[in-house]
Design a protein around this ligand. Structure first.
Ligand code: DGJ
Length: 739
């Protein structure tokens, strides 16, 4: 059966090439019945079309067609079940009228009526740069004075789309938003496969993949803060068959929101997949006053027809160019003291650590948790959070003098903060109990002995901004911030607002307003996004941060898996990888794994043997020589740790003239190793490359032929054997073009 029985009028948009050109190169506005709105990237197209009643539909979502006029023919090729609603493929499904599926938006109007219908009014496309354009589509309810504008921001070359909506109440009284998704996609295919992630502390990014069955699969968080602890917002959907690195049609998606999110994947009666994603509406009925606009979070996705590797490179490139703070810049290597001292340090110890930082040859010393609180000193995690004054016993001369000392050693100084939180044992809690998220009539319940401050309250926002601001005012030499967030929200209640349903959304808005304020005043200072490990890694936050902390689990074997999975969604330059004492692997293995991102150390340097220290010192120098390839190059996953004895990853610079290859033994059974060559990717088949093993442990020698030369063709077709085995469990190769 044909999906639309409505007669179609050929839209002027495609018929008239001149009109199309005008639209592409300037602001284009279309107002017509039976309008086609193609939203195209370099390789993909999402085509909206209105029916004769001005109802909007997604009529195509797939590979871009050469001839735009053929989008009109797509639906005539489908003979699927009946769409009883006529709006199953709505680009923003309204609840309460004809809809029978999961809605994108659900409201109660000012008069108490629950129905919503959304009709197409107009659309326009604005060209923002050579690469970016923004299409907005205005929809209105024909009965109620209520409108939604859908936004599609296109990153053409990267095949990335950001979608969000603005919901406007023009009615005379308050409207309540019960659901307010960012985006509503509609995919047609034989079958769909969902790769999703789950985890817990130190177990981030565990993947699971399954074929999507009928009904709804929901990925969500209700944790409030540290929202990704059990389930991060990233996912992949493959069409027709499960994708692999180099093959398959795959969508990588995520919500840009640092709180409760929700993604529903609904396989409908026509066997089509509806993806509805955005802020979680859980406990969050949101009031919208007359004349006010609610802007949803952004839903982000990229689509590739050449597998997950290509999709991830698109996303990584997009993040570096457009989202991550200073995504194409440089990063500081560092020594962190968390695992070498925990809360137990003083000025003497810190001076020694500055010296160790210098000895290692890294850029910065990062002072972690435990430096603050006096009435309730932060000597463990049960007290002091909120009291951001230097602890007089531990650092009597203050941060300023620490910075001076560190700088005298040629080392920069950074500091840990957890400014959204409070311990009940703190002066802040005593002074401002009304600033704390807690149920007034119920006992408090703690996560790591702490509670959240109510960031929906502007006074609390000012306080949190003030914590950072006064640190910088007093200590202009401060070079780095690690921003932690260790608790989830229990007992969600804020005394600032009567309407408790606003808390989860307003908290995140409050957090963003603080971060915006910080970035307006301190635009470049590097900041690490940390949340008891990777409890808050998302692009809503990462636009304010230069890097994130993937996990407290720094066992290198574990990290290979964790970093592998994160890398589908986030670029290596953002991944903070520290060498610690976790795990059973040799020091070289730990360092090699940490090099696949932003290298740091968190080990007692003074206790290293002479050889270990010499190795670390030389490793830092070697890392500095190739870090730009890892940070700014293209990453190709060569052999997965999930299915191979040896995991391998290559980073190739943009000119394809140099690359670094990391190879790791991930199975310790008898006689395992690189029996077969590893097939390289991303090189130029017509060029010649010299291969050299680097980062060897002192006193060891490479078993590989020194500086052997191969063509790119050979390396990518036959491959190269890195000689990984139990004696050489990690091998790093430098690949350089030769004439
Ligand atoms: C959790 C972080 O993930 C750790 O790196 C460390 O900063 C601790 N918090 C400090 O309390």
């Amino acid at each position: 059966m044909k999906r639309y029985s409505h007669p179609r009028i050929k839209p002027p948009f495609f018929k008239n090439p001149l009109l199309f050109c005008i639209c592409v190169f300037s602001v284009c506005s279309v107002k017509a019945q039976n309008t086609d709105i193609p939203i195209e990237t370099q390789n993909t197209a999402l085509v909206l079309q209105t029916d004769r009643n001005n109802g909007p539909h997604i009529v195509y979502f797939g590979k871009k067609l050469k001839n735009k006029s053929e989008y009109d023919l797509v639906q005539s090729m489908y003979e699927q079940n009946m769409d009883y609603t006529g709006i199953a493929n709505s680009p923003y499904t309204p609840a309460g009228s004809r809809n029978l599926f999961e809605p994108a938006i659900e409201v109660t109007h000012a008069d108490g009526n629950n129905s919503l219908d959304l009709k197409f009014i107009s659309a326009k496309t604005e060209k923002i740069s050579d690469d970016i354009s923004l299409t907005s589509v205005l929809l209105k309810d024909p009965v109620y004075d209520f409108q939604v504008t859908l936004f599609y921001k296109i990153y053409f070359k990267e095949n990335v789309v950001e979608q969000w909506s603005e919901i406007k109440n023009n009615e005379k009284g308050n409207v309540t938003l019960h659901k307010f998704a960012s985006a509503n996609l509609y995919l047609q295919g034989k079958s769909f496969y969902l790769k999703q992630y789950h985890g817990d502390w130190a177990q981030e990014m565990h993947p699971e993949e399954e074929q999507i069955t009928h009904g709804i699969k929901t990925l969500d968080s209700k944790l409030g803060t540290r929202a990704d602890l059990f389930q991060p917002p990233v996912f992949m959907v493959s069409v027709n068959q499960s994708s692999n690195e180099d093959n398959g049609e795959v969508l990588l998606g995520s919500v840009e929101w640092s709180g409760n999110y929700r993604t529903d994947l609904e396989l409908d009666n026509k066997n089509n997949l509806r993806i509805i994603s955005g802020i979680n509406n859980y406990a969050s009925d949101y009031p919208l006053e007359p004349g006010k606009i609610f802007t949803t979070a952004k839903f982000l996705y990229t689509v590739s027809y050449s597998g997950t590797g290509d999709a991830s490179r698109q996303l990584q490139r997009w993040a570096r160019d457009y989202k991550l703070l200073d995504g194409n810049g440089s990063r500081l290597t560092l020594l962190n003291n968390w695992e070498s001292t925990y809360f137990n340090f003083d000025e003497e110890k810190l001076k020694q650590l500055f010296n160790d930082t210098k000895k290692l040859g890294v850029n910065l010393f990062l002072l972690d948790d435990g430096w603050f609180g006096n009435k309730y000193p932060r000597n463990n995690d049960r007290a002091g959070l909120g009291d951001w004054q230097e602890n007089k016993k531990k650092i009597p001369n203050g941060i300023a003098s620490l910075i001076k000392e560190a700088n005298a050693d040629g080392v920069q100084f950074g500091i840990w903060l957890e400014p959204e939180m409070v311990n009940p044992k703190s002066e802040l809690y005593e002074k401002h109990p009304d600033w704390v998220i807690r149920q007034p009539k119920r006992p408090e319940y703690y996560f790591r002995n702490q509670l959240e401050l109510d960031l929906s309250n502007p006074k609390v926002q000012d306080f949190v901004f003030g914590v950072i601001d006064s640190l910088f005012i007093k200590n202009p030499g401060l070079a780095y911030i690690k921003w932690d967030c260790n608790a989830v929200i229990y007992n969600a209640y804020h005394s600032y607002e009567n309407n408790q349903s606003k808390l989860y959304v307003d908290y995140v808005q409050g957090l963003y307003s603080v971060l915006k304020h910080i970035r307006a005043k301190y635009p470049t200072v590097p900041m690490m996004l940390c949340s008891g490990g990777g409890g808050r890694v998302d692009y809503g936050a990462l636009q304010y941060f230069t890097e994130y902390w993937p996990s407290d689990n720094t066992d290198p074997l574990e990290r290979i898996f964790i970093q592998w999975e994160y890398s589908y969604f986030y670029p290596a330059i953002a991944s903070s990888n520290h060498v610690t004492d976790w795990g059973q692997q040799p020091l070289k293995y730990r360092v090699d794994v940490a090099m696949m991102g932003k290298l740091g150390f968190d080990i007692p340097v003074s206790k290293l043997s002479e050889k270990d220290l010499a190795f670390c010192q030389s490793a830092v120098k070697i890392y500095n020589s190739f870090k730009n390839i890892v940070w700014h190059g293209d990453q190709y996953r060569l052999q997965s740790p999930w299915t191979n004895d040896v995991a391998a990853i290559i980073y190739v610079d943009s000119t394809k003239s140099s690359a670094v290859v990391f190879n790791y033994l991930v199975n310790n059974r008898y006689n395992t190793g690189s029996a077969l060559p590893v097939h390289f990717k991303g090189l130029d088949a017509n060029r010649k490359y010299k291969i050299k093993e680097i980062n060897l442990y002192p006193g060891t020698h490479s078993t590989l032929k020194e500086n052997a030369i191969y063509s790119g063709d050979f390396l990518m077709t036959v491959g190269f054997n890195p000689g990984v085995n139990a004696d050489r469990p990690s091998v790093v190769l430098m690949v350089e073009e030769v004439d």
